[in-house]
Design a protein around this ligand. Structure first.
Ligand SMILES: [Fe+2]
Ligand SMILES: [Fe+2]
Length: 190
């Protein structure tokens, strides 16, 4: 599947505003690749497809989690927001024939992060958080951190995400804590 086909696949699955978000994530991810390295072609493809499952019914996605042992079963104990990333990774494999595991993993962890993120996973995770259409408080702080260090950008995004979820009394997915702890630990070691 080339980029034009990938864009075509998501254009039919996403609302116009989400499609525009996707285009900005691709652009931002490419800029981060230019600055920090990484496989631009893979990152672009994952960025195009990252929200493929955004508008699938939560019930359908929760059923997929039950049926597929390769998906973390604990996902069904958390909010709907996380499903589109993990289940979307499965859908792009099953429905669009994407077989590159790096791309699939980038999509799977784009919302939660995880421990030991690859360079490309960090780039997509951060691009999704700081693309120019993000206007929530904290996006600018993450952009500033991202300008000097990819890891500091990710750490800012993760800590603000955790703070936001805690302020709403919403559960935090364990991978997000693990990602946060991992970045803190590596910062101490540096
Ligand atoms: Fe997403
Ligand atoms: Fe997104």
């Amino acid at each position: 599947m080339n980029e034009t086909e990938a864009y075509e696949a998501v254009r039919h699955s996403l609302k116009p505003a989400r499609y525009e978000h996707t285009r900005r994530v691709v652009q931002t991810a490419e800029e981060l690749c230019r600055k920090y390295g990484g496989d631009t072609e893979k990152v672009r493809k994952a960025a195009i497809l990252h929200d493929y499952a955004k508008y699938r019914p939560a019930e359908e996605m929760r059923k997929k989690v039950e049926e597929h042992p390769e998906l973390p079963s604990r996902l069904n104990d958390y909010g709907d927001e996380l499903l589109h990333a993990f289940v979307g990774a499965l859908f792009v494999k099953e429905e669009l024939g994407i077989s590159d595991e790096d791309i699939i993993q980038m999509i799977a962890v784009h919302t939660t992060g995880r421990k030991n993120m690859t360079l490309e996973e960090k780039i997509l995770f951060l691009a999704d958080y700081i693309e120019p259409g993000r206007t929530f408080s904290g996006a600018e702080k993450a952009r500033e951190a991202a300008a000097s260090s990819l890891d500091e950008g990710c750490l800012t995004a993760l800590s603000q995400t955790i703070e936001f979820l805690v302020s709403k009394r919403t559960a935090v997915y364990p991978d997000t804590f693990e990602a946060y702890n991992d970045f803190i630990q590596k910062r101490k070691d540096a």
